[in-house]
Design a protein around this ligand. Structure first.
Ligand code: PNS
Length: 183
């Protein structure tokens, strides 16, 4: 057993908490988890339950999609939490909050969140990882917008998420008809 900064015994192995809405999970999120596994022994993907945000997918649907993707990765634990993130972190053996940064526009929001979490728990740090260049333009919000309007999001989210988005928006699997101005 090792000692935490608070002096409590914690099991060996570095654990990171990766919190978010994951509504839905994208390859940008997956990229962060996979790179974090190079540094940490375990990553807890923690899906926030926040009714105020009016998510597209229920917590159960989001849990199912994330769990399905990481079903063969025992170093990834998928869970959900209600209330303050710091309270949830305190119930786990995580040593750090992990967040992805896509662009400078993310910085202000992330800086405020990390500072608030640090104020709530001075022992808790947030570690930022830059999103890979292939996914810096990918966000759950734009994925939902594009999918709702019938655009293709293949390659940006796992196939299961593509299928679930189509089901949500009741879109046909077939390609849209091309507009011909001379018709
Ligand atoms: O994917 P998101 O929506 O950017 O994730 C934001 C999230 C869920 C990490 C954040 O809203 C959060 O931690 N919510 C839990 C409530 C909380 O602890 N709020 C205080 C931190 S500012």
């Amino acid at each position: 057993m090792e000692q935490s900064k608070k002096g409590e015994d914690k099991p060996m192995g570095k654990v990171a908490i990766y919190p978010g809405s994951f509504d839905p999970m994208t390859y940008g999120h997956i990229d962060i988890v996979e790179r974090a596994l190079e540094i940490f022994d375990k990553v807890i993907v923690a899906i926030a339950v926040n009714e105020e945000k009016r998510p597209l997918f229920t917590v159960e649907e989001r849990l199912q999609m994330v769990k399905a993707f990481f079903k063969d990765t025992p170093k990834v634990v998928v869970d959900s939490f209600k209330g303050l993130l710091v309270d949830y972190v305190a119930k786990t053996n995580a040593v750090v909050i992990l967040r992805g940064l896509r662009a400078t526009s993310d910085f202000e929001y992330e800086f405020h969140m990390a500072s608030m979490n640090r104020s709530l728990d001075p022992h808790l740090d947030t570690l930022f990882m830059m999103t890979s260049k292939d996914y810096f333009f990918v966000s759950s919000r734009t994925i939902k917008e594009v999918a709702r309007l019938g655009g293709g999001v293949e390659g940006l989210v796992p196939d299961l998420v593509v299928r679930r988005l189509k089901q949500k928006f009741k879109l046909p699997v077939t390609k849209r008809k091309q507009i011909r101005w001379d018709d």
